[in-house]
Design a protein around this ligand. Structure first.
Ligand code: FE2
Length: 255
């Protein structure tokens, strides 16, 4: 993504993880999100002649943090994290904190569920969300440490952000999530169109990221949508929104 003042570059990591580098067009400063592999991050920074300003982290899982120490060996920068146990943490951040970098600011939103320490980074001005392993395209993170209630509440908070928000998540799980969607809402009219859009984006860039939150609200089965297929399914099973979320999460766990 490219607005006038900064660029967000997608840096694939490990098997299907994404790290991101946000870099300023004006001062060449950069911020790295969830680095797993220091070598690829350092190479990108060097190639583009960027000056790293900070590392920001969404949660403690090693596939989002294993690159930190390798980066710090080369460049000494602050590490913003929600958990002081994470290697290299210098700045502990928590719900409702605001962090101001030289070219972008983020609101911190706590989204426990996948892990208890999970946070996301939201730029209200840039309409950008780094959602880590809380919200994926057509999916959400597995509930490892928190409760289903926590994950449901976290997703409800994200659902209320600006519809124009572009979401950058922690993994490329989209095609698998699409197959799951297809398996539960077999009659959904939009399936072909959704598939077409995903395949087109993958063909153009190799990534199905970023995705638009407003569109996602209509199709992601974990976001308690108002769409007719979702409501119909829920009513047939006599579920409220939370029961529907739990049911879909259980189905996905065993998919
Ligand atoms: Fe994770």
């Amino acid at each position: 993504m490219n607005n006038n003042s900064y660029v967000i570059s997608i840096i694939p990591q490990l098997k299907d993880n994404y790290s991101y580098i946000i870099s300023s067009n004006n001062n060449k400063n950069a911020i790295v999100v969830d680095p797993a592999d220091a070598t690829s991050i350092l190479r990108f920074i060097k190639d583009k002649k960027l000056s790293l300003e900070a590392i920001i982290l969404t949660h403690h899982h090693s596939d989002h943090t294993s690159g930190i120490l390798g980066i710090l060996d080369e460049i000494n920068v602050p590490v913003y994290s929600p958990n002081k146990q994470i290697d290299g943490t210098t700045n502990l951040v928590t719900n409702k904190d605001k962090i101001n970098f030289s070219f972008i600011s983020f609101d911190i939103i706590a989204t426990p569920g996948h892990t208890l320490d999970h946070i996301v980074y939201y730029s209200k001005l840039g309409k950008i969300l780094f959602s880590g392993d809380t919200l994926f395209r057509l999916g959400c993170g597995r509930v490892f440490e928190g409760t289903y209630e926590q994950m449901f509440t976290s997703l409800e908070i994200l659902k209320n952000l600006n519809d124009e928000t572009e979401v950058y998540c922690g993994h490329e799980y989209t095609l698998n999530n699409f197959k799951f969607l297809q398996s539960i809402f077999t009659d959904m009219k939009e399936l072909e169109l959704i598939k077409e859009q995903i395949l087109k984006q993958l063909k153009n860039s190799n990534f199905s990221i970023p995705f638009n939150l407003g569109k996602e609200k209509k199709v992601n089965p974990f976001l308690s949508t108002n769409s007719s297929y979702y409501q119909e399914y829920k009513q047939n099973k006599k579920f409220d929104d939370f029961e529907m979320f739990s049911h879909i999460r259980d189905l996905k766990n065993n998919y």
